[in-house]
Design a protein around this ligand. Structure first.
Ligand code: NAP
Length: 243
């Protein structure tokens, strides 16, 4: 990929995993469109940190539940940076809803943000990514193969995302690669207490929770050394998926 194509759009990049991905790509010399929805201050700080690393960065806001806003986000990225080499679909909703309490609105919201938005962003970005011979990374979840019953809307959205990864890899080949990353624990949900954290950590073969940086390193690897990887979703979960 030529240097002018090294522009990444990272959704949900103001905080947590998305922030780590944005900063890691900036450290690798990538300009970054730092997408956010509500975390404007945090996104601004990520932009400053990226610029301090010597790359271009802009904060771009969009509600990814809105299909027009998804398309506008890609258009705004290209207008700002003139190219797109990597789309990271990281933004996500993760809400606990026991089956009896799960509403149509809950289901629609999860599917819109976690599944429809990545598809619309990929569609809108396809021409630019073909031109740059770029990469799409979809953030899935290692629990998809053993779905949590109190998070069914989230789980089916991520299961669909894995299918989207495989389908887009075929639709956009040979010029664009599409890869999923399935974290186990990369950043604790903020409402998990110590007991819940210890209970989940005890099930991880490597004996520790992961970090946002564990995920960001794989994104960087896929860009620098992963040129023959496409169409699959890779667990980054300390081995949890085999237990
Ligand atoms: N954290 C983990 O351990 C873990 C485990 C398994 C899978 N994953 C996956 O890895 C990715 C990153 O995880 P995370 O925990 O860092 O994610 P997160 O904190 O739950 O969410 C990331 C961002 O998504 C954005 N978002 C939510 N609703 C949105 C909307 N309607 N429009 C636009 N953006 C919206 C939010 O941006 P604003 O703050 O700007 O509103 C939020 O900061 C997610 O896809 C998640 O499913 C994470």
């Amino acid at each position: 990929m030529t240097p002018e194509h090294r522009v990444a759009l990272v959704t949900g990049a103001g905080r947590r995993v998305g922030r780590a991905i944005a900063l890691r790509l900036a450290r690798g010399g990538w300009s970054v469109a730092v997408h956010y929805h509500r975390s404007a201050d945090e996104a601004g700080r990520v932009v400053e940190a990226c610029r301090a690393l010597g790359v271009r960065a802009e904060a771009l806001s969009a509600d990814l539940a809105d299909s027009e806003a998804c398309r506008d986000l890609v258009i705004a990225t290209q207008a700002s940076f003139g190219a797109l080499g990597c789309l990271v679909n990281n933004a996500s909703i993760f809400e606990r809803r026991p089956l009896d309490a799960l509403s149509v609105a809950d289901i629609d919201r999860h599917l819109a943000v976690n599944l429809r938005a990545p598809l619309l962003l990929a569609q809108e970005a396809a021409d630019a990514l073909r031109e740059s011979e770029g990469l799409i990374v979809n953030l899935s979840d290692a629990a998809v193969t053993r779905p949590w019953p109190d998070h069914l809307a989230y789980m089916i959205s991520k299961g669909g995302l894995d299918t989207l990864t495989a389908g887009l890899a075929r639709a956009l080949a040979p010029r664009v690669r599409v890869v999923g990353i399935a974290p186990g624990v990369a950043a604790w949900p903020e409402d998990y207490d110590e007991a819940a954290r210890a209970r989940l950590t005890a099930r991880i073969p490597l004996g520790r929770a992961g970090t946002p940086e564990d995920i960001a390193e794989l994104v960087a690897y896929l860009l620098t050394h992963g040129g023959y990887i496409s169409g699959t979703t890779i667990p980054v979960d300390g081995g949890r998926h085999v237990v």
